[in-house]
Design a protein around this ligand. Structure first.
Ligand code: RTP
Length: 150
C-alpha cells in the first residue's frame, strides 16, 4: 500500500470559525490516517518559506498577512492518493468555483478566506511536512486498514 502523505492546514479563518473538527472529521471518515496534528501561530518567516513559490504573485503580501491573522492547525494525513484526493476534498482554490460537498464549496466564499490548505504534489507535501513538523511524525499501523483497503 502507498505510504503517500499530505500536509493539510486549517487557516486562521477556519480555526476562528470552528471548522477544525469538521475538516478532521472528513479526512478521518474517508479512511485516511492521522500522523501529526498541531495548533500554532507561525512566524512571518515561516509562512514566507511555506508559500515561497508564490512570492512573486501580486496577492503574496495579502496572503501572508491573512495567514498571520491568527493560529493555524496543521496536520499530516497518510493514505492512498491522499495528495490528489485531499485537494479534491478541499475544493477549488476559489470557493465560488468549488463543488458543493467540498470543504471550500460548503463553507467559504472568497479566495482570500478559503479556510484550508492542501499540498499540491507528493514532493511538495514532503517539503511542507519537513517544514511544519521538523521533529517528524508518528508512524503506526492500524488494524482498521484491512476494512478500508482491499
Ligand atoms: P493552498 O496553497 O492554500 O492550498 O491553495 P492553492 O494551492 O489551491 O492555491 P495557490 O495558488 O497556491 O494560492 C495559495 C493561497 O493564496 C490565496 N490566493 N489569493 N487572487 C487572489 O487573491 C488569491 N489567489 C490565491 C488563497 O488563500 C490560496 O489558497
Amino acid at each position: 500500500m502507498s505510504r503517500e502523505r499530505t500536509y493539510i492546514m486549517v487557516k486562521p479563518d477556519g480555526v476562528e470559525r470552528g471548522l477544525v473538527g469538521e475538516i478532521i472529521k472528513r479526512f478521518e471518515q474517508k479512511g485516511y490516517k492521522l500522523q501529526a496534528l498541531q495548533a500554532l501561530q507561525p512566524s512571518r518567516q515561516h509562512l514566507e518559506q511555506h508559500y515561497g513559490d508564490l512570492k512573486d504573485k501580486p496577492f503574496f503580501p495579502k496572503l501572508v498577512d491573512y495567514m498571520l491573522s491568527g493560529p493555524v492547525v496543521g496536520m499530516v494525513w497518510e493514505g492512498k492518493d491522499v495528495v490528489r484526493v485531499g485537494r479534491v476534498m478541499l475544493g477549488a482554490t476559489n470557493p465560488l468555483a468549488s463543488a458543493p460537498g467540498t470543504i471550500r464549496g460548503d463553507y467559504a466564499i472568497d479566495v482570500g478566506k478559503n479556510i484550508c490548505h492542501g499540498s499540491d504534489s507528493v514532493e511538495n507535501a514532503e517539503k511542507e511536512i519537513a517544514l511544519w513538523f521538523p521533529n517528524g511524525t508518528l508512524q503506526y499501523t492500524r488494524s482498521v486498514d484491512k476494512l478500508i483497503y482491499e
